[in-house]
Structures are given as C-alpha cells and as structure tokens.
Design a protein. Structure first.
Length: 100
C-alpha cells in the first residue's frame, strides 16, 4: 500500500528503484515483499526500502498477534503431573542384550 501511495504500481518498478539505491532483490523475494508474504528480510534491506519509499518501518508492517500467540509454547507440565520417563536401552551393533 505504501508503494501505491508513492505512485509505484508494479513490483518491477519498485525493484528497479531498490536496485538504483543499491539493493538487488531476486524476483522471488520481490514477489514475496509485493504480496505481503516475505519469509525473511534483513534490517539493512528494510532500511533501504524505507529510504526508497520515504517511510518508516512501522508504515510497512502489519501486526499479527494471532500468529505470535500461536508460537507460544503450550503450558508446561509440573513435575507431579508428568509420568516418569520410560527407560529404553539402546543396543549398538554386535552387542548382546543386557543381563536379565
């Protein structure tokens, strides 16, 4: 949306402007940025993008609290709730079973 507000309607145009600013982005990464599904972006790259679009990082990011809560670990069981771990011997190559 920020790119559109700046008159940039095609990802190729933004990619060209980023290259002029010294940031070469692959077509796949540009596609992810343009569609709003980047896998990862370096802070240095974000700085160049903000410079080209004349905006702040906050204008480019959308909060997704449901994704943050999904990453939280489930409640940890206490020692009294957890059953003792099962002991299973590991047998190596050419070794006999332990004595009975």
């Amino acid at each position: 949306m920020v790119a559109a507000e700046r008159g940039i309607w095609k990802s190729t145009e933004l990619r060209r402007r980023l290259a002029e600013a010294g940031l070469e982005i692959s077509g796949g990464k540009m596609s992810g940025l343009w569609t709003g599904t980047p896998t990862m972006i370096r802070l240095d790259d974000l700085d160049v993008i903000c410079s080209v679009l004349d905006c702040s990082p906050a204008e480019l990011m959308i909060r997704e609290p449901e994704k943050v809560s999904a990453r939280r670990p489930q409640a940890v069981r206490t020692a009294s709730d957890a059953p003792p771990p099962a002991v299973v011997p590991r047998l190596g190559r050419n070794r006999s079973s332990p004595p009975a």
